[in-house]
Design a protein around this ligand. Structure first.
Ligand SMILES: [Fe+2]
Length: 256
């Protein structure tokens, strides 16, 4: 969970990324878009199921900011190792990272994730959110790209491809772009791979931060050098025998 201060700080970082990396006049268009939906986006979770990543208020922006940071660092690594970095711009990289999950917001009127109303699911499964049935189905990349274009925010071919395929081969729909052996059909830039790696890395880190401490605390510590000795075998057997009332059964087990 995030504090109100952290949510506010994350929103500052989110807007600062647009100021720093996106050029005018697109910068102003994008800031206008995010200003319009500020309250919704600032408080959105990154997922509606707690088993996914960052499923808490402010989780979406926290995730997106991490993807921006990881994208910049991944791009540096790809460049150092010899990838052709002239095939995309830094603005395209950051624009794709900022908007890769935008489709999670829902449509203009309705949020995709709303507070869970099923008490049983909330109590037993810990689901704080549920999917809003008012929102017509569209994949996250399709809805995100639709929201951008319907608010006059243009994007490049590279950005379209990166946002569309950011889930990599976890989404079968991306096979047409990524699962080809023909060189001419492969992406002409490594931007989609950098974004996918950054997203994967961020989601994994978010999972680790939330779940590893919980899992660690829920597992009873293993006994060190546990050896089944004759003594322990005897005491277990004696304990079992003492609980039997039937003499016949006692004799039977005693011979084992
Ligand atoms: Fe993501």
């Amino acid at each position: 969970m995030l504090t109100a201060e952290q949510i506010e700080k994350n929103w500052g970082e989110f807007c600062e990324n647009i100021e720093t990396y996106i050029s005018s006049p697109r910068k102003e268009k994008l800031l206008e878009f995010y200003k319009k939906y500020e309250e919704r986006i600032m408080m959105m979770p990154a997922a509606h199921k707690k088993e996914y990543h960052n499923s808490f208020p402010g989780g979406y922006v926290d995730h997106v900011n991490r993807v921006v940071r990881c994208s910049l660092q991944q791009a540096n690594l790809w460049g150092v190792e010899g990838a052709d970095m002239s095939t995309f711009t830094e603005e395209e990289l950051v624009f794709s990272a900022i908007n890769h999950d935008l489709g999670k917001m829902g449509d203009e009127e309705n949020e995709s994730y709303i507070p869970q109303t099923d008490k049983w699911r909330k109590d037993k499964l810990g689901e704080d959110y549920m999917f809003n049935k008012q929102v017509a189905f569209a994949s996250v990349p399709d809805r995100g790209l639709f929201m951008l274009q319907s608010h006059g925010v243009q994007y490049s071919f590279n950005e379209m491809l990166a946002i569309q395929t950011h889930d990599g081969l976890y989404d079968d729909a991306n096979k047409k772009y990524l699962f080809t052996y023909l060189p001419e059909q492969k992406p002409r830039t490594c931007l989609p791979f950098i974004l996918h790696q950054a997203d994967l890395m961020s989601a994994r880190i978010e999972f680790e931060r939330e779940w590893l401490p919980r899992l660690k605390n829920s597992v009873p510590p293993q006994k060190e050098n546990f050896i089944l000795t004759t003594e322990s075998k005897k005491s277990t057997k004696d304990k079992a025998l003492s609980q039997l009332e039937s003499k016949g059964l006692k004799d039977l087990f005693d011979k084992l």
